[in-house]
Design a protein around this ligand. Structure first.
Ligand SMILES: NC(=O)c1ccc[n+]([C@@H]2O[C@H](COP(=O)([O-])OP(=O)(O)OC[C@H]3O[C@@H](n4cnc5c(N)ncnc54)[C@H](OP(=O)(O)O)[C@@H]3O)[C@@H](O)[C@H]2O)c1
Length: 238
């Protein structure tokens, strides 16, 4: 049995990863900002003793530090950084407009960077020894096709795209630094998925996207360290 720590576990891709990991017999530490309101996680915890729910707000250093302290000496096989924000939905024109050259909401951009980039880095730093103590020693970054520089042929959504490109850079940099500790760091693009963030126009149902992702995740080895891959395991151009 592997232990997954999943951020953003109360809805969308994080919730579905939590469900599928539990169904596969894994142990899950599911983090979310407001555990008392996480009704689906609470119901799951009644069904699975292998699920624990922990408070985590990636925009708050004290919340990250508190989680790190509570998890002291708990091995984490898969540290799965899923939480993230767009500032609305990629499928909503008005939301996309808030990230345009002439109409950028700079406060929003700051929030996006905090949630999508800085918070994950701080969490990884805090939980590094937990990953080192585990068997699988894997750190997963939920990236996006929108974070690919090569594949950016549309422009738009500059704040979100920049945050995911930054996350990709961290993936690569950490993969190089942590290789000596036998830790595998991988960036994943889940496809365009029908969640609050993805919107109704997404190409993938949440359960299908996560099922494909899991098939890839469980076969990862140190040879995959530093890769950026899609939900079917194919390389995505940086
Ligand atoms: N859906 C897609 O098409 C798509 C495509 C590519 C990449 N992704 C990535 O996949 C990940 C999950 O997205 P999703 O589609 O599942 O979106 P979602 O349904 O909107 O869920 C986002 C999750 O992130 C959490 N979150 C946001 N800011 C946070 C913060 N500061 N601290 C802690 N948690 C925070 C949310 O918590 P609250 O409920 O408390 O707000 C929620 O659990 C994101 O990183 C996203 O960029 C999604």
């Amino acid at each position: 049995m592997s232990t997954y720590l999943i951020t953003g576990a109360n809805r969308g891709l994080g919730l579905e990863h939590t469900k599928q990991a539990l169904a596969a017999g894994e142990r899950v530490i599911a983090t979310c900002r407001q555990p008392e309101l996480a009704t689906e996680l609470i119901l799951l915890s009644e069904q699975y003793a292998r699920l624990s729910i922990e408070q985590l707000d990636l925009a708050k250093g004290e919340s990250i530090a508190s989680l790190v302290k509570r998890l002291h000496n708990t091995p984490i096989d898969f540290l799965f950084n899923i939480a993230g924000m767009f500032g609305g939905s990629w499928g909503n024109t008005a939301d996309v407009q808030r990230q345009s050259l002439l109409n950028m909401d700079y406060d929003l951009w700051h929030e996006i960077m905090q949630a999508n980039v800085y918070g994950h880095f701080e969490l990884i730093a805090g939980l590094l020894s937990n990953v080192e103590q585990s068997t699988a020693k894997t750190i997963l970054m939920m990236s996006s096709d929108l974070g690919s520089i090569t594949n950016n042929t549309l422009g738009m959504a500059h704040a979100y795209r920049a945050s995911k490109a930054a996350l990709n850079m961290l993936t690569k940099g950490l993969s190089v630094e942590l290789a000596t500790k036998n830790i595998t760091v991988v960036a994943l693009a889940p496809g365009w998925v029908k969640t609050d963030l993805g919107g109704e126009g997404g190409h993938w149902e949440v359960d299908d996207s996560v099922r494909h992702q899991r098939e890839v995740i469980v076969t990862l080895t140190p040879a995959d360290n530093g890769k950026f891959i899609d939900l079917q395991g194919k390389a995505v151009s940086w």
